[in-house]
Design a protein around this ligand. Sequence first.
Ligand code: MF3
Ligand code: CO
Length: 273
Amino acid sequence: MSVVIKSPDEIAIMREAGRLNAEVRRLLLDAIAPGVTGRELDELAKEAIAHRGATPTFVGYAPGGRPPYPGAICYSVNAQLVHGVPGDQALREGDIVSIDLGVTWRGYVSDAAFTAPVGEASPEVLRLLERTEASLHAGIEQAVAGNRIGDVSSAIGAVGAKGGFGIIREYGGHGVGRTMHEEPHIPNYGRPGTGHQLKPGMVLALEPMFSLGGEGTEEESDRWTVRMRDGSLCAHFEETIAVTEGAPEILTSMGRLNEARDGAAATAAGGAA
Ligand code: MF3
Ligand code: CO
């Protein structure tokens, strides 16, 4: 149960890792269009990461006897939730796609994800995307020294519950550092005042996942891709953040993709609920 505290020098490197991650995610977001395949986006990510002298964290990742992960990105379409393996299936108008990217720079990892529509999306889908992103920022607001993991988790879960979404319980956030997954685990639901206490120098990846249907997931035959058991559409947003003496610092930020609809979490100082 030990959570690694990073020194200011380590945070400085992780800030660079996060900036590179944001740059590459921006390229990927801009490349999303009907007809584009996961493999093409993955190639784009691999080239952009190599061009920056960094390495793709996810390539070769093989926890617990799984086949080594082949991609630089996870590419999860529609009812696929996370860890989708990029292949030759092309995006179509009306799809939603989650892209998750890990970039390692000077031995430190940055981990971040977004879900975006391909072309037009229905109001219901736009609301799912906007609320899932908003929940991430509600969680980030709670990631201040002295608070506990349960404060972050419950803030995320409250946005999901209020929106009437399925809140995926089988996956969550995690510490990040020299390896992609460090302690603590960060559920997307919880009780305030419980769990690990946050301290300056902790680096965390928060990653809410909500669906338009149920909460259960299943693994596809590739042993990686996780999809919603009921086939419902789902969204996933992730940022790597540092806990500081003051407001949390978002290391991987490429800006908000969806305009917040209720003003909550729009300003860290506002404290709106
Ligand atoms: N961001 C994902 C996570 O935190 C990592 C992707 S798993 C991999 O679980 F296999 F693609 F590496
Ligand atoms: Co992650």
